[in-house]
Ligand binder design. Structure first.
Ligand code: PBG
Length: 323
């Protein structure tokens, strides 16, 4: 036998030296859930170990994460029902706690990459990512709201917006709005291939943002479709996106790999709430070694072509690999 692949697996040393893929803190973005007020911390039931935090506690959390080497954060607001309306007007109210908190965060940690979420659902009484009229999600009218939201977020000093709404034309629209207002330095991480997925369940618990009727299938992609992701990627590329994202990650590794092969922009993957919850739940039951499964999952997402991974595992991964 001339070829014996097992020689390169014979010791830890050769395994380490021949390892093709590595995951480090440099690859990870930590999603955070922001509560209004102060001294508030509530666990997300379906996401053990993940807490909604008020700004004072979130600053502490971010400081710990920065010490662990995590540089990117995606901050989502938990909005009380009485703030919600059909047009998501709180999303661009400069006095609203989310926008105020973003300002504080950037002042405190100018070196961190702060990403914001652009979509109507956390602020919408309909629980949809766009404006609802007669049971339909209006595309072009929604762009106007998203533009106002993005602008208000950019004014806080954040580094990058993350349009997660899946309206057509929104990347180009947001790019124009930002450029015209003097925010050409603010980046866009486009949720390029965002699928209509059941894996978002725990996130909707965290934000209490589930749709009040119907589902999101008229704007989020059909999980059966692979080529369609290339159409979305082409549009986001042309419209000026800086990063292309695939979401969820695990069931869509083929799509991550396609985008990596076809585009020279950095590719992000969102290892979503349900993917986190499954591993945690099985780990708590004693059915899986959750730490090893976590590491294997993150590796697989990186191996498939993701340059960066949004993951609720970011902090624990970095704590454990340091120890
Ligand atoms: C909504 C949004 C969702 C997530 C991020 N932004 C859920 C949805 O589309 O209903 C999901 C993230 C996760 O599950 O971790 N704009």
């Amino acid at each position: 036998m001339e070829r014996r692949p097992r020689r390169n697996r014979a010791s830890q040393a050769i395994r380490d030296l021949s390892q093709e893929t590595h995951v480090t803190a440099n690859d990870l973005i930590y999603p955070l859930f922001l509560l209004e007020g102060s001294h508030k911390k509530t666990e997300v039931k379906s996401m053990p170990g993940i807490f909604r935090l008020s700004i004072d506690l979130m600053l502490k959390e971010m400081e710990e994460c920065l010490k662990l080497g995590i540089k990117g954060f995606d901050v989502f607001p938990v909005v009380e029902d009485f703030h919600k309306d059909k047009l998501a007007t709180k999303s661009y109210d400069r006095g609203f706690f989310y926008l105020q908190a973003l300002q504080t965060i950037k002042k405190e940690f100018p070196e961190a990459l702060i990403i914001t979420d652009v979509a109507m659902d956390p602020y919408s009484s309909d629980g949809h990512d766009g404006i609802v009229k007669d049971g339909k999600i209006l595309n072009d009218e929604t762009l106007d709201v998203l533009g106002q939201m993005a602008l208000a977020q950019a004014e806080t000093g954040i580094d990058m917006i993350g349009p997660s709404d899946m309206m057509d034309g929104r990347v180009g629209h947001l790019r124009n709005v930002l450029d015209e207002a003097g925010f050409s330095h603010v980046g866009i991480m486009a949720y390029t291939a965002k699928y209509a997925s059941a894996f978002y369940g725990p996130f909707r618990d965290a934000l209490d943002s589930a749709p009040k009727f119907g589902d999101k299938k008229t704007y989020q992609m059909n999980p059966a479709n692979r080529k369609e992701a290339l159409i979305e990627a082409e549009l986001d590329y042309i419209e000026g996106a800086d990063v292309l994202m695939v979401k969820p990650a695990l069931s869509y590794l083929d799509v991550i790999s396609d985008l990596k092969a076809n585009y020279d922009l950095p590719i992000a993957a969102y290892n979503v709430s349900g993917e986190y919850a499954m591993i945690k739940a099985a780990g708590l039951q004693g059915w899986l070694d959750a730490d090893r499964v976590r590491d294997e999952v993150l590796l697989s997402i990186k191996r498939s072509g993701a340059d960066m991974i949004l993951t609720y595992f970011a902090k624990e991964f970095c704590s454990k690999t340091r120890a």
